[in-house]
Design a protein around this ligand. Structure first.
Ligand code: HEC
Length: 171
């Protein structure tokens, strides 16, 4: 046996062992992946369902009349709150509804701070002033619209504003 032959035998043996080794790894890994990955191949329904579950939105909007999925928490709508009727104070009403005319004396309206203009009016008595402010009236200077054209105001609110105006005028 010459040296070339000896080398060739040795070489074949090493290649053979390596090939077996590689095959062993391949088979082993395939087995291992079967054992651990199991049904979880990317195409399996279970795998896809698991993904859908992980990436599903945190919440969902249901329009009225839509069936609510049973596994969703059902949030009952809050009881509608009765609006609380707020009463405006005299100055508030004045600043909202009366100042447009009575602030600068527009259209014959007695200016709020003109005591001389208010004196004869105050002399009529509060009841007359209230009535004229609530129901409106036309005098010799111009037209005072009912409630200053703010029909949403209550009588009490308008009376409060009249009191405020009378008070301001007589000070
Ligand atoms: C569009 C303008 C206008 C607005 C707004 C207005 N007034 Fe007058 N008001 C008048 C005019 C004009 C007179 C005077 C009428 C006259 O004597 O000829 C008057 C007169 C009055 C008088 C005197 C009535 C009397 O008998 O002498 C009172 C009180 C009064 N207004 C209260 C109010 C109150 C309170 C508000 C707000 C809620 C208000 N007014 C908003 C135009 C207005």
């Amino acid at each position: 046996m010459n040296r070339d032959q000896k080398f060739f035998d040795m070489y074949s043996l090493v290649i053979g062992v390596l090939a077996l080794f590689a095959l062993g790894i391949y088979v082993g890994v395939t087995k291992l992946s079967d054992m651990t990955q199991g049904i979880y191949t990317v195409d399996s329904d279970e795998y896809q369902a698991a993904i859908q579950d992980r990436i599903k939105p945190l919440s969902q909007v249901y329009l009225p009349g839509e069936e609510v999925a049973t596994n969703q928490p059902v949030v009952s709508a809050a009881e509608p709150v009765e609006p609380v009727a707020t009463v405006l104070s005299g100055p508030q009403v004045y600043n909202e509804a009366c100042i447009i005319c009575h602030g600068a004396g527009i259209g014959g309206a007695p200016k709020i701070d003109d005591a001389a203009l208010w004196e004869p009016r105050i002399a009529q008595g509060n009841e007359t002033l209230y009535e004229h402010a609530i129901q409106g009236y036309t005098g010799e200077y111009g037209y005072m619209p009912p409630k200053g054209a703010r029909m949403d105001l209550s009588d009490a609110e308008v009376i409060g504003a009249v009191d405020y105006m009378v008070e301001t005028a007589s000070n």
